[in-house]
Write a protein that binds this ligand. Sequence first.
Ligand SMILES: Nc1nc2c(ncn2[C@@H]2O[C@H](COP(=O)(O)OP(=O)(O)O)[C@@H](O)[C@H]2O)c(=O)[nH]1
Ligand SMILES: [Mg+2]
Length: 480
Amino acid sequence: MSISKRLQTLMERSGIRELPAHLKSGVERGLEQRIKLAVTGLSRSGKTVFISALARHLLQSDQDRSLPFFTPVAEGRITATRNLSHQAPAPFPLTETLAGLQASPPHWPDSTDALSEVRLALRYRRTSGLTRVLGEESTLYLDLIDYPGEWLLDLPMLSMSFKQWCQQQQPLFEQAPRAQLAREWRDRQQQIDWLVPASDTEFSHLCAEYRTLLQQLRKPPYSLSLLQPGRLLMPGDLANSPLLNLCPIITALPQATETADPDSLYARLERAYTAYCDQVIRPFYQDHFRHFDRQIVLVDCLKTLNHGEACFNDMQLALNSLLHSFEYGRSSLLRRLFKPKIGKVLFAATKADHVTANQHHNLDCFLQLMIDDARREMRFEQVDTRCLALSSLRSTTAAEAKLDGQHLSCLRGLRKDNGEEIALFPGEVPVALPRPQDWNSDRFRFVDFAPRPLPAGPLHPEHHIRLDQAAEYLLGDLLR
Ligand SMILES: Nc1nc2c(ncn2[C@@H]2O[C@H](COP(=O)(O)OP(=O)(O)O)[C@@H](O)[C@H]2O)c(=O)[nH]1
Ligand SMILES: [Mg+2]
């Protein structure tokens, strides 16, 4: 039960009908809520666009009804809004992103790799049951925090030694496509005597090569996701920091490591691993993650289907590994170390405007299938979860085509790669996870679209798909 509800019950039980004015304003200030809604997802999943669009809709929610399924907006109870992002320690580039989406022609935002936040104040009228006791209005201070999902992939490293981490990475590098791309690096590792003194240059060289390898594996045509350590790809404020000089040993581990010279590559790597855990992973959970109240995890299911079997399987593994950060039953590492408090997680399949409206339900279900195991764990640990397909900035319109006398639902929009207008039948979202025999080179060809210009004036429900349902799930109960 919320604090306000509890107070109401208490007063009713004590026969107090109304608080005196001076007490009322004090209580009201005490009951103002500050909520941190964290937004994550792997690179290019749509975090920047989601936060910009949601912030823009919320900021106009006292005047326009562009979020009809968001109850406080539908009931006209949001009375004023303010953008307080300048107060945030790491402000999100809201003005620049919106300017890009409003430009002519509009363009999608640049890629980002660090944590940043939008801070909003929403003044709202309470639902009638509470107004008598607590006063008409209250304010919700909302931080929307953008951080790379890649950082969550590092969590399991906290419970592993350097040796255990290497043993976990070895089998990954034996499978395609990692094995082919890492062949030279593995050959070089095979020549190394890990226990004898080595120079700083040798050490930096080995680590730099690993970083290049990770960068290649992340790019098309491989487009892999399960790449560790995550900060090597998404450094944030650690770009060029020596803390990112780190790599696993993917060949047989040396014996008698306790005899390793302190300047040996083995000893240096082991120290670098410990420093990374203590100075990079731990502070993120300690300083940020622990304070988040709610979480939305964005997933670009369609892109992974386009990229084929290896990419899809790897993304599914990465996603399930990342979701361990939201399982914190009594015995979990997270609970013991950081006591996180996230009680509600929404999983959103983004870019739902890449498929026709009759496929949105399939997209909900497909995402559910991808994360089924991890979600079951969360339910078990009493974290409330839901899956939803959405589009933060709808860039296509519905069209119809006739083929052999039949009506076909199509999409119309501008291609992202060349800006050309197209109308196409994007295909169906599968209702089951693809089996090995289901993959063939042209089964999935979901096309990327250029943004439609965002008006500088009022936004409408047509500018998004189900962004209001996401807001309702994540924030609706806080604005009662
Ligand atoms: N059609 C469409 N494309 C989107 C939408 N949101 C994101 N995108 C695409 O996804 C790309 C990455 O989005 P971005 O928000 O920068 O991802 P981030 O790396 O997670 O912050 C953009 O450049 C767009 O091409 C959307 O709602 N509709
Ligand atoms: Mg971004």
